[in-house]
Design a protein around this ligand. Structure first.
Ligand SMILES: CC(C)(COP(=O)(O)OP(=O)(O)OC[C@H]1O[C@@H](n2cnc3c(N)ncnc32)[C@H](O)[C@@H]1OP(=O)(O)O)[C@@H](O)C(=O)NCCC(=O)NCCS
Length: 162
């Protein structure tokens, strides 16, 4: 999908996996309890998900993961290289994800933003996204992984407080 003379968004190709994970890491989107390499592999293994890559003059400048569960579309790992922000790349990636989900019959796109992340909330508000009245709940399905995740989250929270 072409957005202007220099900016395109398309599905990731095999050679771009590492660069995309490195970009998400630079954007601060990864956490010790989420493995982006495994997340990309899972997205590639199903028809219901895709990793979208924004390229300016052929160079990777942003990426996001989208998918649908047969009911709603979802957006994860939206990140734009710090030196490429405020140039429409984030908007292009969201529009490409919307198009991907719309083409598969998903009528809505859901995403999560931390309540304290005012800059990203302003970005999504500019794109027409509305807050919900719901809280997002989750459960880690593997008990060993749940225990490991509890410890990783506690260590992360302690490191941020320091
Ligand atoms: C959020 C993010 C993807 C936005 O990407 P971007 O390419 O800078 O966004 P765009 O240039 O397409 O912005 C579109 C509009 O959103 C709004 N916007 C974007 N960033 C904003 C900010 N920091 N503060 C307020 N409004 C903002 C503006 O209205 C902007 O239009 P304008 O530049 O003409 O004023 C980028 O800042 C990013 O990668 N952040 C770090 C990763 C992250 O937190 N991702 C979201 C996880 S939930």
């Amino acid at each position: 999908m072409r957005f202007d003379d220099t900016l395109t968004v398309d599905e990731m190709n095999d050679a771009e996996r590492e660069a995309v994970v490195a970009l998400w890491t630079r954007c601060g989107l990864t956490r010790p309890w989420n493995d982006p390499v495994a997340d990309v592999a899972l997205a590639e293994a199903t028809e219901n998900a895709a990793v979208l890559v924004a390229r300016r003059d052929g160079r990777i400048v942003g990426a996001a993961m989208t998918g649908h569960d047969g009911h709603r579309g979802a957006l994860y790992y939206l990140g734009v290289d710090p030196d490429q922000r405020r140039g429409g790349v984030g908007r292009a990636l969201v529009e490409a994800a919307e198009g991907w989900c719309r083409a598969r019959g998903a009528p809505k796109l859901n995403l999560l933003v931390r309540a304290e992340n005012q800059a990203v909330l302003a970005f999504y508000a500019a794109l027409g996204y509305l807050p919900t009245d719901s809280l997002s709940l989750y459960r880690t399905l593997d008990p060993d992984r749940a225990e490991q995740e509890r410890a990783q989250k506690a260590a992360w929270a302690a490191a941020i407080r320091r």
